[in-house]
Design a protein around this ligand. Structure first.
Ligand code: MG
Ligand code: MG
Length: 252
């Protein structure tokens, strides 16, 4: 049950550390984007992300999480989330979602993007554009005095309005001294419910959007989440602080 209590509030010093962790995540994203091309393997992208973490004196909150074997999740095409990096080269026309995080002095960042490998068709590009737009719409609701369920309502309204699907089984989350803290941040629901958003609260918002049905299954590896109908999926995420001046994206 979602109670109407307020969310934890971070001090300025704590937010500064989360900003540093977020910048490491953003750098991992940018190095991966620069190296995203047909022929590269997701294991190679994971190695590049590890180099960023080491160079910045951070640690990974993905590696070893419930036994996860890498610092990034790499989720191509019909994989929604939690794909394990491997030695299969990406192909022209693939889409790929990359999710990763970093920890600085005990404070966490977590963010994901979906991008094209080479040239993709218009339907795949629209999926990515709608996912990005839904994240932006969600972030715009994250103001002091807003309500938690406004976030998911913004995602659902935009995505379903575009005729695409919103995954229900996986959700965003609070973040701070752990990657996954309460509350859950669903990507669907009615507005105006749940805890009040307060300046100093920090949340991860992460829409998962599908071209077909939003239903998912998990592979035998226990991690890889795919769309049941094998339709393409996109996953985008930022770590956001609510401030007196509106939402601040910590993972840019
Ligand atoms: Mg997350
Ligand atoms: Mg993530």
């Amino acid at each position: 049950m979602m109670l109407n209590r307020s969310l934890p509030v971070r001090s300025a010093a704590e937010l500064a550390l989360m900003r540093r962790a977020g910048k490491v995540v953003a750098e991992m994203h940018s190095v991966i984007r620069e190296n995203l091309r047909a022929g590269v393997t997701t294991a190679e992208l994971d190695r590049l992300a590890r180099e960023v973490i080491e160079r910045r004196g951070a640690t990974s909150n993905f590696l070893g999480y419930h036994g996860f074997p890498a610092v990034i999740c790499a989720s191509p095409n019909d994989v929604v989330v939690h794909g394990i990096p491997n030695d299969t080269p990406l192909e022209d026309g693939d889409i790929i979602s990359i999710d990763c995080g970093a920890v600085i002095e005990g404070w966490h960042g977590d963010a994901a993007f979906t991008a094209a490998v080479g040239t993709i068709d218009a339907e795949a590009q629209r999926l990515i554009d709608v996912a990005d737009a839904s994240l932006a719409a969600a972030i715009a609701t994250m103001v002091d005095g807003g309500r938690l369920s406004d976030i998911g309502n913004a995602v659902q309204t935009l995505v379903e309005g575009a005729g695409l699907g919103v995954v229900r089984e996986y959700v965003g989350h609070g973040i701070g001294t752990a990657m996954h803290e309460s509350p859950d941040v669903p990507n669907f629901g009615k507005p105006g419910k749940g805890p009040k958003l307060t300046a100093g609260s920090t949340l991860c918002v992460e829409p998962m959007v599908t071209i077909g049905s939003p239903d998912t299954d998990v592979d035998d590896d226990g991690w890889t989440v795919r769309t049941t109908d094998a339709s393409l999926a996109a996953h985008v995420e930022h770590t956001i602080a609510i401030t007196d001046n509106g939402p601040e994206i910590l993972t840019l």
